[in-house]
Design a protein around this ligand. Structure first.
Ligand code: PEP
Length: 239
């Protein structure tokens, strides 16, 4: 089964750097046969869509509004993202939960909206270090899944992103990720009545290749920092 690789550029690049990176990806991925999704910021999304349109690369957004259209200053709708050429959208990233106060109810509404507009959501879940230390990982994940997936249709991707691993250089051990992914798959299946793909995110680099090679329950990777170089992300996509 081919894996899913998602490149999250966050707010790390200015407009011209985003376009340069998209052109680097275009060259590097011209013969790629897997599924790789680029998620630039809203500002560069339209231009990146043009640059990668003749390549096997797919386009995703880092977030979307919970509203579809109307007087919502500063928002970007899933409908407009879809019209621009995006097929995927990251929802509920821990940075949005932490810095922009996104609750499970907001995340649930965004998931619904993305599905109405035929975007494939990539729902991020994960525990904090404090929660992990007191053995709450599974309880936290169960709660996040139960609330976020309420009345959501199958056809989304879940990203397990332990908060302590994001941008910290601390990659979770592959054996541990395997077990957590098995748990997430089981919980999500109970709610959605269908199997779901679960990808891992948290400081992944090409150096993790060996440890993640033989895993069964890891359907791909969501990559931040290491995906800001086309060569590095291309190496990760060989996993
Ligand atoms: C992320 O942005 O979801 C992420 C996993 O970032 P990083 O790879 O930099 O930890």
């Amino acid at each position: 089964m081919s894996k899913i690789f998602v490149s999250n550029w966050k707010m790390q690049l200015n407009y011209s750097a985003s376009l340069k990176l998209a052109n680097d990806f275009k060259k590097k991925f011209k013969n790629f046969s897997g599924l790789a999704v680029l998620c630039p910021d809203f500002l560069s999304l339209a231009a990146v869509a043009q640059i990668i349109k003749t390549t096997p690369l797919k386009l995703g957004a880092q977030d979307c509004s919970l509203r579809d259209q109307g007087a919502y200053t500063g928002e970007v709708s899933a409908r407009n993202l879809k019209a621009l050429g995006a097929n995927y959208v990251i929802i509920g990233h821990s940075e949005r939960r932490q810095y922009f106060f996104e609750t499970e109810a907001i995340i649930n509404q965004k998931l619904r909206d993305a599905q109405v507009d035929k975007l494939i959501p990539i729902l991020c879940v994960g525990e904090s270090l404090a929660e992990r230390k007191v053995g709450l990982t599974k309880a936290v994940l169960k709660n996040q899944l139960r609330l976020a997936l309420k009345n959501i249709k199958p056809g989304l991707i879940i990203a397990y992103e332990p908060i302590w691993a994001i941008g910290s250089g601390r990659v979770a051990k592959s054996e541990e990720v395997e077990l957590i992914h098995a748990f997430i798959k089981q919980e999500a299946r109970q709610i959605l009545k269908k199997a779901v793909k679960v990808i891992y995110g948290g400081s992944v680099t090409a150096a993790d290749f060996a440890s993640f090679k033989k895993t069964k329950n890891i359907d791909g990777f969501l990559v931040g920092g290491a995906s800001l170089k086309a060569t590095e992300f291309h190496k990760i996509c060989q996993l």
